[in-house]
Ligand binder design. Structure first.
Ligand code: ATP
Ligand code: MG
Length: 180
């Protein structure tokens, strides 16, 4: 399973619907300072449920919506759609391709979709749990994450291994049932 493509529309500097093809293998995104490279990784994190505006390098959540420039009007919503190849069936859905979308309106209203069906953020999180792809998954190695993997603190390292071994789902369910 891998991220094949993303569509970004109205998210940060992407005022126009933009298709980013990543496909299998290595994709490097290059460009001058301020051209939107980090905005692409922010977009991926955002769809996977990032709720902290600070982690997305903003002050408040609606800062992710295109704010306009001298030549362009601000937009009313931001939308990002991730397309995963699921030939391997690693995402537990009967589809060869899985699309995950998040949309946020200026009014604060937020929507999530799995294959065009509206869903809760919880459904997206569960779908990707133990695949390594979540917002906190080991597939996202941001600044500071390398230290977690090499951390002398065994608890921090353990979290990385638990995700990789696929038991986070069961731990989360156990914690949830204990809370009830
Ligand atoms: P660097 O090489 O310096 O890391 P980068 O390519 O990673 O640069 P980004 O941080 O992705 O650049 O993009 C920053 C640009 O995105 C800035 O020009 C900023 O004005 C623009 N930007 C961020 N949020 C918004 C928004 N809500 N509306 C419009 N533009 C935005
Ligand atoms: Mg950057």
């Amino acid at each position: 399973m891998y991220l094949k493509k993303l569509y970004i529309n109205g998210f940060k500097s992407f005022a126009e619907k933009t298709e980013v093809i990543v496909e299998n293998g290595i994709t490097a995104i290059v460009g001058p300072n301020g051209s939107g490279k980090s905005n692409i990784s922010d977009a991926i994190k955002w769809v996977l449920g990032e709720q902290s505006a600070k982690s997305l390098r903003g002050g408040k959540m609606d800062d992710v919506i295109f704010a306009g420039t001298e030549k362009r009007m601000p937009l009313g919503y931001a939308e990002v759609n991730l397309i995963f190849d699921n030939e391997s069936g690693q995402i537990p859905l009967e589809y060869k391709e899985v699309s995950i979308k998040r949309k946020l309106y200026k009014t604060g209203e937020s929507e999530y979709y799995i294959n065009k069906q509206q869903c809760r953020l919880k459904d997206i999180k569960e779908l990707f749990m133990d695949t390594g792809i979540g917002r906190e998954g080991y597939s996202f190695i941001g600044q500071g994450r390398v230290e977690d993997i090499l951390s002398p603190n065994s608890e921090t390292r353990r979290q990385v291994f638990e995700e990789a071994s696929g038991i986070v789902k069961y731990k989360t369910r156990k914690e949830e049932s204990e809370r009830k």
